[in-house]
Design a protein around this ligand. Structure first.
Ligand code: HEM
Length: 527
């Protein structure tokens, strides 16, 4: 006889009854079915097997990068202008038109290298990924908090990430591996100077900036294009931590940033960021000493002033972390009419990678999940079936027609809203070549000079501590790079490692690099 006392239900308990996924009521959730009181268990034990085998599959692969993150929801409010000018002069994207126009958004913050349960105190770039659920379909802007990136060609992404991830043998993040790669990759100097400064450990997610990093385009009603870069400034201010601050927090809490975001939103203290846009004409800009499509560079603000176009407010937490934070999927290919890619060689690589990994990580029908759906637009595709297919898009009047074209029903092509031919005409030869104007050191040096003294001290300390764990040839090459970034940086890190300019003067430029006149002058001074 069943022991009713173990079932938790009693007369007058009006809570809903637990069922299995087939809708069968569960009468005993404490004991599996066995032959006799002490077993053995039977294989037809459907309720038990379903419960356990679903549990066995609860985890999906974590993101290969940015595994740890926190998502919140809210809205974007457009100012209708770019600075003082009407915004439709530059883009026809509808979400930007009209003062006060609101669009639903999801924003996911993240760290990059650690796994899903890793510490949020890590020195690591922070992700800043936004999904705008617009009436023209979704727009994703997938950026970071440091404005630039380590590399400028997507073909190097697996290498930079392998170097930063744990060692395949010791499973520890090893400075020797990191700086081995970086010492052979001069384009990463700008990113390193940011990452190893106090900015490399933001205080939490509410007090960090966001940047689109890659160069995009805006398209106006007649098909004219301009190049743009996006910046998000927190109304809360920007705050960072030193290594010592981070170690203190980490001693008792590895998820402080997620906690801080969640609690702020729960108490009605809704975080806000203003969106600023820099713009330049859509051409190669030979007058600049860098390439506008190079994501290791920022655009000087005095020449390309960032102008406000709107703000984002986060006012709702996730209802379920797995459904809305783990399964949310962003990609740089997700753009709406009036916005476009540029030929930035990182951006095109990213655009393939995101949806490719999401088909693997979440499944081929990942865009059917509520958090990923283009919920404010009509979705009518002829895509069918696949694992975990949840519903079928309405196919028009004739349900037999899931192809196009057809004269018997089904969906038809739309009409281009305006000009589809856009931007400058491009001609070139198929090639594998690095861009000219690599200029790997100048902006890194400018960044160093802009730092306050305590920030420089922190940067030098962080570099010296980690490089002291590296092999001598790696140390020497890094000191050589730092001397090209800025004398003071190279001399101070070198001093900490016992390496003077005379110890690195024998080093030749790497095969993979071009030096500017200024770089050569600095090299000359090494002796
Ligand atoms: C996540 C690839 C560069 C920002 C990811 C993911 C992949 C990836 C595979 C995991 C996506 C998922 O599982 O849903 C790449 C490649 C890059 C690149 C191939 C270079 C070629 C960048 C850059 C930035 C960036 C330059 C910053 C501007 C992010 C962010 C996420 C992410 C914020 C997390 C998105 C989320 O919260 O779900 N990236 N990435 N990535 N990446 Fe990149």
């Amino acid at each position: 006889m069943t022991d009713v006392s173990s079932q938790g239900s009693f007369p007058g308990d009006d809570r809903e009854v637990l069922t299995n996924r087939q809708g069968h009521p569960v009468y005993d959730n404490q004991n599996q079915r066995t032959v006799g009181e002490r077993g053995p268990a039977t294989l037809e034990n459907y309720q038990f097997l379903e419960k356990i085998s679903h549990f066995d599959r609860e985890r999906i692969p974590e993101r290969v990068v940015h595994a740890r993150g926190a998502t919140a929801f809210g809205y974007f409010e457009s100012y209708g202008t770019w600075g003082d000018e009407p915004i439709d002069r530059y883009t026809r994207a509808r979400l930007f038109q009209g003062k006060g126009k609101r669009t639903d958004v999801a924003l996911r913050f993240s760290t990059v290298i650690g796994g899903r349960d890793s510490s949020e105190c890590a020195r690591d770039p922070r992700g800043f990924a936004i999904k705008f659920y617009t009436e023209d379909g979704n727009w994703d802007l997938v950026g970071n908090n440091l404005a630039v990136f380590f590399i400028r060609d997507a073909i190097k992404f697996p290498d930079v990430i392998h170097a930063l991830k744990p060692d395949p043998v010791t499973f520890r993040q090893e400075p020797n591996r990191i700086f081995d790669f970086m010492s052979q990759t001069p384009e990463c100097m700008h990113m390193l100077v940011n990452l190893f400064s106090p900015r490399g450990i933001p205080a939490d997610y509410r007090h960090q900036q966001g940047f689109g990093v890659n160069t995009y385009k805006w398209v106006d009603a007649t098909g004219n294009t301009v190049l743009v870069k996006y910046t998000w400034m927190p109304k809360q201010g920007v705050r960072s931590m030193t290594e010592a601050d981070a170690a203190n927090i980490q001693a008792t809490e590895t998820g402080h940033a997620t906690k801080d975001l969640h609690e702020a939103i729960e108490r009605g203290d809704h975080p806000e960021w203003e969106l600023l846009v820099q713009m330049m004409s859509d051409d190669e800009h030979p007058e600049l000493d860098f390439d506008p499509l190079d994501d290791t560079k920022t655009w000087p603000e005095q020449d390309f002033p960032p102008k406000p176009v709107g703000r984002i407010v986060l006012d709702r937490n996730v209802a379920n972390n797995f459904a809305e934070n783990e399964q949310i999927s962003f990609g740089t290919g997700v753009l709406v009419d009036g916005l476009d890619f540029s030929d930035d060689k990182m951006l095109v690589g990213r655009t393939f990678s995101y949806s490719d990994t999401q088909r693997y990580r979440v499944g081929p029908n990942y865009l059917q999940l509520p958090v990923n759906q283009a919920r404010n637009a009509n979705v009518r595709t002829n895509q069918r079936d696949g694992q975990m297919n949840y519903y079928q898009d309405p196919a028009g009047e004739n349900p037999h027609v899931n192809y196009e074209p057809s004269i018997t029903g089904g969906l038809r092509e739309g009409q281009y809203p305006t000009h589809d031919d856009q931007g400058p005409e491009i001609r070139g030869r198929l090639t594998r070549a690095r861009i000219s104007r690599t200029n790997d050191y100048k902006q890194a040096g400018q960044r160093y000079l802009l730092m306050e003294q305590w920030e420089r001290d922190d940067l030098v300390h962080n570099f010296t501590t980690l490089l002291s764990q590296c092999d001598r040839p790696i140390q020497e090459r890094m000191v050589w790079h730092f001397l090209l970034v800025e004398d003071d940086l190279g001399l101070r890190v070198g001093e900490g490692l016992g390496i003077g300019p005379e110890d690195v003067s024998h080093l030749k430029p790497l095969q993979s690099q071009d030096l500017t006149e200024e770089d050569r002058e600095r090299l000359g001074r090494l002796g």
